[in-house]
Design a protein around this ligand. Sequence first.
Ligand SMILES: *Cc1c(COP(=O)(O)O)cnc(C)c1O
Length: 332
Amino acid sequence: MDLTEFPRVHLAQLPTPLEPLKSLSRELDGPDIYVKRDDCTGLAGGGNKTRKLEFLVADAIRQGADTLVTVGATQSNHVRQSIAAAAKTGLRIEVLLEQRMLRDDDYAANGNVMLDHLMGGIVHHCGMVEDLNVAGEELASTLRVAGRQVYFIPAGGSSVVGTLGYSGCATEILAQADDMGLQIDTIVVASGSQGTQAGLLVGLANSNAAIPVHGISVGRTRDELESKVFALARDTAEFARVTAPINRETVICDDSVVGEGYGQPTDAMIEAVTLCARLEGLLLDPVYTGKAMSGLIAKIRAGLYKKGQSVVFVHTGGQPALHAYRTTFDGQ
Ligand SMILES: *Cc1c(COP(=O)(O)O)cnc(C)c1O
């Protein structure tokens, strides 16, 4: 696989740092925890979608698009980063936000939503739909009829093109670990629309690195998520002509910290967010990284990751969503 074969626009500050979380590791008295700072990708608040958008926006421009269309939940970080990418590259963008739950004014209008408007995105809303990508394709069709050249980006940017961004991240992690003399035992990451976990698996396979990636589900059941991650990893490997096979056994997901559902706070998430804020000055988010960190903490407490081992937590961003969940952290 040679990522330089694919069109790419420069949006992210790379490489993002890989650094130890010494206080958190000491507090939990387990493995050495490192964080891959993809919250520091740099575009309008950062986050993991920026790596995907480097390839997606380039593909859109190559196809002659003048308009991007994408979709997400109300507080989508992907939508915020897509609007920022469109602003920076001079493309028009229309987005469809799905209201999956009613919370409060902060959830409806603060955090990512406030930034979506600030950066000039045209925002449409819908209630719960069967398939948000289908609803987004409908918006794209309407705009095409009106004469626009539309490039549709699926939820989370997790097409094979977007997923390339995370195979690049895997290569970056391996190079940094090498420089630091660090041997990584496990990588832990939040997994939603699967592109991040699938891309990491493709990049690791391409480098013949047998490091397991534990995807912490933020909504789906384990079986469903594993089969979707596997399918996307295989499709991406084929697209990028990676010859190393993607083995089903390397796709490992965990659905034990989802709680009541996507975007629904849990006590363990609140504990994880608070702990990282106070011990490391590290801001996680309520929907993805807070839950993923709660999964990592639970595994350490259960003795699954041990002293002497090294775990890399991929911080995929999402801090703007903290402002949408202000009341969740009242009294912390
Ligand atoms: C989208 C997102 C994820 C999940 O990444 P996927 O590629 O959709 O699985 C994790 N963390 C944050 C902060 C996100 O915005």
